[in-house]
Write a protein of this length. Structure first.
Length: 335
């Protein structure tokens, strides 16, 4: 019996030793595979859906031939605790990357960033429409934001991000811009509130596309406000008629030329009929136009009209203005 138990014990020890060696060898092999660069020769874009588990992620990576051993990836993710830290989104997996580096990337949340540029002067309706046409954004029914509450800029976004999130970032950016610029405004302006500054900036934005004219145009409107004169600016009439829902047929926001009869359109936005600023912005102004509204050029110009070159001719008297306007009409009618 003693010999039998010795043989049995010896066999057990041998088996245990072999198992231990096998486990150690397997662990070493798995460790090497986990840290080994992949054979993937080019970058691959994958999307990790919200709520995906480590097994599903491993299967996706295997299907795209990014990793060779999905079980090793899954096991390592659980051992390191990274399996529960993977963030959803669209990722670009670089070539020759190890499984460890992939886990680190997915944990970091460094998803592919796409950009969209919102140009100055668009209405809130136009901005929402523009965002709704981006296929990579999550569509949602949102109310059109208040006019003038969005700051035109270039914004980054991730695939699957909600439109409402981008709108919110634009609103925060506008709040930050007006708060910053308000502190450095010129003294003694006839602009008493931040909202009034945004309203004036929106008119400036629609009146000139020349960066070097913004402060001068602002000065004209400030001079008119000080004198109690109507601003008489065409973009406010266009907004009165469209309420920001502009045509997009290549023929301007009205789908036609602004007519003389339009200047009599009764609306508080019509600055030909009502003096002072309109009740709200007529578009979303950019940083530079807000800065111009709060830091206008000091001069004695009261009028301005297009000069045919994309800029404007500025006048101090009505006679000068009428002469400049006549020149513009000849240029316009000859086209």
């Amino acid at each position: 019996m003693g010999l039998f138990f010795k043989i049995l014990l010896g066999g057990f020890v041998l088996c245990l030793t072999l198992v231990t060696i096998g486990v150690a060898g397997g662990s070493w092999w798995a460790y090497q595979q986990f840290n080994k660069p992949s054979a993937q020769a080019k970058a691959v874009i994958i999307t990790i859906p919200r709520g995906a588990n480590i097994g599903g992620v491993a299967d996706t990576l295997s299907y795209e031939n990014i990793i060779e051993y999905p079980m090793v990836f899954s096991y390592a993710g659980r051992i390191t605790g990274q399996a529960s830290k993977i963030k959803a989104g669209e990722y670009e997996i670089p070539p020759h990357i190890s499984m460890k580096q992939i886990l680190d990337l997915l944990e970091s949340g460094k998803t592919i960033q796409r950009n969209i540029t919102i140009r100055e002067g668009l209405t809130s309706y136009q901005i929402v429409k523009l965002l709704s046409e981006i296929e990579h954004l999550k569509q949602s029914d949102i109310e059109t934001p208040k006019e003038g509450s969005l700051l035109p800029e270039t914004y980054s976004y991730s695939k699957g991000e909600n439109i409402a999130d981008i709108i919110r970032r634009m609103e925060i950016a506008m709040d930050n811009a007006i708060n910053e610029l308000w502190e450095s405004r010129s003294p003694d302006l006839p602009i008493k509130t931040k909202q009034e500054a945004i309203i004036l900036a929106s008119i400036i934005e629609k009146e000139t596309a020349h960066p070097d004219e913004r402060a001068r145009v602002a000065g004209v409107f400030i001079n008119r406000l000080r004198k109690g004169m109507p601003l008489q600016t065409d973009p406010t009439v266009i907004y009165a008629i469209t309420l920001g829902k502009h045509e997009n047929n290549g023929k301007g926001p009205l789908g036609r030329r602004l007519l003389r009869k339009d200047l009599k359109f009764d609306s508080p936005y019509n600055t030909y009929i009502y003096a002072g600023l309109p009740p709200a912005p007529i578009a979303n102004a950019g940083y530079a136009s807000i800065k111009a509204a709060l830091n206008p050029e000091e001069h004695k110009y009261i009028y301005f009209v297009a000069d045919g070159s994309g800029g404007h001719a500025f006048s101090k008297t009505l006679r000068e203005h009428n002469n400049a306007a006549a020149k513009w009409r000849k240029i316009r009618d000859s086209k």
